[in-house]
Ligand binder design. Structure first.
Ligand SMILES: Nc1ncnc2c1ncn2[C@@H]1O[C@H](COP(=O)(O)OP(=O)(O)OP(=O)(O)O)[C@@H](O)[C@H]1O
Ligand SMILES: [Mg+2]
Length: 356
């Protein structure tokens, strides 16, 4: 059953359409992430759901309850929406104790004193902060401060948690740890999450579904598996995971990697529907290209122009025609040396024409 629903939500700032006709349904207890380049409209979307930003058009619902609808001039203020929010900057108040930081939103909602105490302590316990309740958040580490922000959002027992890059100011190790903690808290409290991040690994690890957005327009909404394996277009392919694109040109009805004099092998021939098309590219993942032996026919050939040992993997750059291809292999796989010719087999080529 859908829990949060956005219908044709649009937001314009003057000439800029920050969010363009967004339709979205998020299930109860679902963890839903929004990914996309800077300025694509993620924060604006979250702020509209939270009630900090008006809509230009459209409607936002939680269950059957209408939250915002400019056409009907209806708008429910943020404090009546029962959403927890955590933003990128820690946004904790250093002049209040950890306890008071968490209790504050309950106080302004006029909860009875015993209820405030119970909820505050529960939230502090869940985030392992009970033993520092009397300290100032200024004395805590980055992860500690972020926990205070989480505890404060948890204390109101939210229906939905809105998280806007909540971990981006933490170091990678702590980020990973906090990621799991957020997931555990979700299991315990049962809220839905709308999570905004730049970090695809974070989105993949946390989410039931991911939305990929570009310039205010949805490109794809799918499970992490499908966004990675069945990208809706070239943009999604390039945005999720590592990607290679080789420009392919046509001559006498044969396809060539641009700058290369040998035509593409049959195993890599573009689909019939793209025959002769302009702006054609052969897309691939660096881990989905294999080095094959000299006996293998029907392969693409190149020269290793860079080879870097990265620990578990070896990262190659291979020159084909006037273009470069990145290939990554496990350190146990035997690969060519710098400057050597190599023969390549693509286990999963994707084709795109134009900018689609
Ligand atoms: N208050 C505002 N006034 C004018 N333009 C705004 C305002 N807020 C956002 N925008 C514009 O709306 C677009 C979307 O911005 P938004 O902050 O939602 O992007 P974002 O996806 O969160 O980016 P980032 O990843 O950098 O946080 C941008 O073009 C931005 O400049
Ligand atoms: Mg943002």
């Amino acid at each position: 059953m859908s829990h949060v629903r956005l219908l044709n939500v649009t937001k314009r700032f003057g000439d800029v359409t920050a969010v363009n006709s967004l339709n979205l349904e998020i299930g109860k207890g679902e963890c839903f992430s929004m990914l996309g380049p800077s300025g694509c409209g993620k924060t604006t979307t979250l702020r509209m759901v939270a009630g900090f930003e008006d809509l230009s058009e459209g409607e936002v619902y939680v269950g059957d309850r209408l939250l915002s609808c400019p056409q009907r001039n209806y708008y429910l203020p943020p404090e009546k929406r029962n959403f927890g929010m955590v933003f990128q900057a820690f946004a904790v108040w250093p002049h209040l104790s950890v306890y008071d930081n968490v209790a504050f939103p309950l106080q302004i909602r006029n909860f009875p004193t015993e209820e405030i105490d119970k909820r505050t302590k529960d939230a502090l316990r869940s985030t392992n902060l009970l033993n520092v309740a009397d300290k100032s958040p200024a004395d805590l580490s980055g992860g500690g401060k972020q926990r205070v922000a989480l505890a404060r959002a948890l204390a109101i027992n939210p229906d939905v948690m809105l998280l806007d890059e909540p971990l981006s100011s933490l170091d990678p190790h702590l980020r990973e740890e906090m990621r799991f903690e957020i997931k555990d808290l979700q299991r315990k409290y049962g809220f839905s999450i709308i999570y905004v991040t730049h970090d695809q690994a974070e989105a993949m690890a946390l989410s039931d579904r991911i939305l990929v957005m570009k310039l205010g327009v949805v490109q794809q909404i799918d499970t992490p598996f499908d966004v990675y394996n069945k990208p809706a277009n070239k943009f999604v392919f390039s945005f999720i995971g590592l990607s290679n694109f080789l420009d392919v040109v046509w001559s006498d009805d044969k396809a060539y990697v641009r700058g290369e004099t040998t035509a593409l092998p049959l195993s890599l021939f573009p689909p019939e529907s793209m025959r002769g098309s302009e702006g054609l590219s052969l897309a691939s993942r660096p881990s989905e290209i294999d080095f094959v032996s000299d006996e293998e026919a029907d392969v693409l050939q190149g020269v290793v122009s860079r080879k870097a040992f990265l620990g578990e993997i070896v990262d190659y750059q291979v020159k084909i025609g006037d273009q470069e291809l990145r290939i990554q292999k496990g350190r146990r796989t035997r690969g060519p040396e710098l400057g050597e010719n190599c023969r390549l087999r693509f286990s999963r080529p994707f084709w795109y024409s134009g900018n689609a």
